[in-house]
Ligand binder design. Structure first.
Ligand code: PLP
Length: 382
């Protein structure tokens, strides 16, 4: 798709397939898992990541991230595990940010040693914390900003500069920001990963992943991907295309709601602390302002010690106390009881996850209704 087109236009039109036969307005869906034999190199087959719908939507996401190429996966974790394994071999070392999506951390801790891959988690989120972990065999740096669930911000440009200086690659999990709010390739990051289950999908009804990068890095990832087999069904690909058409307006609405909810919670006496990069008192507000176009739809807050977190969540009537995030409906959860339950208490405390923490994913409902719901649940206890 032409670079000259605006983000909103790319969301709607990039990568669309033409209905040559009937002239329909949307991409036809090709469900075939068997195609005419062309050539061993270019045979179309779902697990070769090259069916018409896969190619179209990979192009769409690459266009909105400003990447040369992309691949779609059956889940965010399939995207993450394949991207990492394709770039690592026995004896290599990788530096990971300390606060990572729980599934990513489990993957590293449970699988890497089986392949002889060395790794470390940084002690903080400053560039110095990454630099001090560099070793002779370090091959790459992997980050996630804003982080889950404490909304820590890492200076993306400083990390990509450090990596370039050291001759190593960088990967970022850009799920929380979405391509609407942050485009890390423009800041020098090599590979961008999304759990498309979240904002790209946006309706809490599909599981998918995506990896974006240069043509060469995507080629390298593909050569492992076809062996690991984590491709996405074409029906889900087609639903994902439909979702991305409205990505811009959904995320804009979620950004607005999250900021208004953060402002509201900051003034409430039953809230101890609010974590949102869009707040002036966020320790990295200025960095967020520099590298993000919007501050995102995710925020967290700590309830005061007199309140019971579980009771608060169960008292909500409109906001759903469910897992996952980024849907058009607002949801809330306790990281300690759900998304980060597999960490030890010590690991949680070191990441700043208190038992009083609530993680909130802003939907697109009326913000007044959301505030009313939060308030009524707080009153059950105080
Ligand atoms: C959900 C999530 C993932 C994993 O994605 P799945 O689609 O569930 O496999 C990875 N990173 C982040 C930040 C996520 O929120």
């Amino acid at each position: 798709m032409k670079k000259s087109q605006d983000f909103k236009t790319l969301c709607v039109h990039a990568g669309e397939l033409k209905d040559e036969k009937y002239g329909g307005a949307i991409s036809p869906l090709y469900m075939s898992s068997s195609y005419a034999f062309n050539d061993v190199e270019i045979n179309h087959y779902p697990r070769y990541f090259n069916t018409p719908n896969q190619i179209g939507v990979a192009k769409k996401i690459a266009a909105i991230e400003g990447a040369e190429a992309g691949l779609l996966f059956g889940s965010g974790m399939a995207a993450i595990s394949t991207a990492l394994l394709s770039h690592l071999k026995s004896g290599d070392h990788v530096i990971f940010q300390d606060d990572l999506y729980g599934g990513t951390r489990n993957f590293i801790q449970n699988e890497f040693s089986k392949y002889g891959i060395e790794f470390c988690f940084t002690s903080g989120t400053e560039v110095d914390d990454f630099e001090s972990e560099l070793k002779q065999n370090t091959k790459g740096i992997y980050i996630e900003t804003p982080s889950n669930p404490t909304l820590k911000i890492i200076d993306i440009k400083s990390i990509s500069d450090l990596a370039k200086k050291s001759g190593i690659w960088t990967m970022i999990d850009n799920t929380f920001a979405s391509p609407v709010n942050q485009n890390p390739i423009s800041m020098g990051i090599d590979i961008v990963i999304h759990s498309a289950t979240k904002y790209l999908g946006g309706h809490s009804d599909i599981c998918a992943g995506a990896v974006l990068g240069t043509k060469n890095s995507i080629k390298q990832i593909f050569s492992s991907a076809k062996n690991l087999g984590g491709s996405l069904s074409d029906y889900t690909v087609w639903l994902l295309e439909r979702s991305i058409k409205t990505l811009f307006i959904r995320v804009q609405a979620q950004n607005t709601n999250a900021k208004l909810i953060a402002d509201f919670l900051e003034k409430e006496s039953w809230v101890e602390k609010v974590y949102y990069p869009g707040l002036k008192n966020h320790p990295k507000h200025n960095t967020a302002k520099m590298q993000m176009k919007g501050f995102g739809g995710m925020l967290s807050f700590d309830l005061i010690s007199e309140m019971d977190c579980k009771k608060f969540l169960l008292g909500l009537k409109l906001i759903k106390p469910t897992m996952s995030l980024a849907g058009i409906e607002s949801t809330a959860l306790s990281p300690r009881l759900t998304s980060h339950a597999l960490l030890t208490e010590k690991e949680r405390i070191s990441q700043g996850i208190s038992p009083q923490m609530v993680r909130f994913s802003a939907g697109i409902e009326s913000v007044e209704d959301l505030k009313k719901d939060l308030l009524q649940s707080s009153k059950i206890q105080i």
